[in-house]
Design a protein around this ligand. Structure first.
Ligand code: PEP
Ligand code: MN
Length: 338
């Protein structure tokens, strides 16, 4: 249920309703918008049939949420969520934000070199996996905490923000010490223990769509994090498995405007894992921006031929610079900066 307050409702009136919802055994989630204050009441909605709150002072109306996800829905929060990473870096605001870097942190020299190049190009968020959930157990699994330390050093040297993947709930505190954004990968989108763990944290999370997951399942996975209290969630479309084999996955472009329509959460597009094909990364990036994405995550490597992970889809610095320039040219047409 969503309880909509009158624009003139006092703080006290709002608090009374919050207390009432809590007494009834439901969980209140308050959302103070510019025009209106909304209160999401999560729990057994039937209780409100016998204990109506419509008549309480300050309440305008009570509306049921039809969607299976509540806190993630636009019904619950009409204004777009903007996630503040500090130092003027935001996700979901006017600026189309680019996250770039290698698939994996392979070593200190490699990572610092890429970070310097990207930072010089104006990229403000560095990506790189220290824990790599690989399809094969024989593939490079990442450097673990040593990799996180290298990312932290790159942040120190360049001032970039860092996004890196968390694969195990047990490592959550450790990874959060080094990262500005925790990435939950496609393979873990439905790892509910992990989602609950990051839901308890005060750290931005990027949740990638599972390769065989529907948009609704993605939003329900986000709901797990939001329900825990962490409101700093962004979604990522990274392609899904279909019968098509010409690309690594099938990029679901329509998912971007659909997610933006259904949810207030920012949406990032990952053209690297979506296509796995180098020459498709620029056009899919441009299309993502046109479709309303709030940013991109792109794999960039200074020596793709030596990469330990996803080398063939890694964009070298030269072509990446071209891609960035084009994004910056196109952004104003979409009402954005980049
Ligand atoms: C990644 O971004 O490093 C990654 C492994 O992607 P995905 O989880 O989308 O496969
Ligand atoms: Mn990769």
């Amino acid at each position: 249920m969503i309880i909509v307050f009158n624009p003139a409702a006092s703080e006290e009136e709002v608090q009374h309703v919050v207390d009432r919802i809590t007494e009834l055994g439901m969980t209140p989630h308050l959302s103070k918008g510019v025009a209106r204050t909304l209160l999401g009441a999560i729990g057994d909605e039937k209780i409100l049939d016998s204990h109506p709150v419509d008549a309480m002072p300050g309440v305008d109306r009570v509306i049921p949420v039809m969607r299976p996800y509540k806190l993630a829905s636009r019904e619950f929060k009409p204004e777009a969520t903007v996630i503040d990473l500090g130092d003027g870096v935001t996700i979901g605001g006017e600026r189309f934000e680019i996250m770039a870097g290698p698939c994996a942190v392979e070593g200190r020299t490699q990572t610092l070199e890429i970070a310097e190049i990207l930072s010089g190009l104006g990229v403000r968020i560095l990506r790189g996996g220290a824990f790599k959930p690989r399809t094969s157990p024989y593939s490079f699994q990442g450097l673990g905490e040593e990799g996180l330390k290298i990312l932290a050093e790159a942040r120190e040297k360049t001032g970039m923000k860092v996004i890196t993947e968390l694969v195990d709930a047990e490592d959550a505190s450790m990874v959060a010490e080094y990262a500005d954004v925790l990435q939950i990968g496609a393979r873990n989108m439905a790892n509910f223990a992990l989602l609950q763990r990051v839901g308890e944290m005060n750290k931005p999370v990027m949740l990638k769509r599972g390769m065989s997951s529907t948009v609704e399942e993605l939003l329900l996975a986000a709901e797990y994090i939001l329900k825990g209290g962490n409101q700093q969630v962004m979604l990522c479309e990274r392609g899904i498995k279909t019968f098509e084999t010409a690309t690594r996955n099938t990029f679901d472009i329509a998912a971007i405007p659909l997610l933006k329509h259904e949810s207030h959460l920012p949406v990032i597009a990952d053209p690297s894992h979506a296509t796995g094909v180098l020459h498709l990364i620029p056009p899919v990036s441009f299309a993502s921006m046109a479709a309303g994405a709030d940013g991109l995550m792109v794999e960039v490597h200074n020596h793709p031929d030596q990469a330990l992970c996803d080398g063939p889809q890694a964009v070298p610095p030269g072509p990446f610079k071209e891609l960035l320039l084009r994004i910056r040219e196109l952004a104003p047409a979409m009402g954005r900066t980049a």
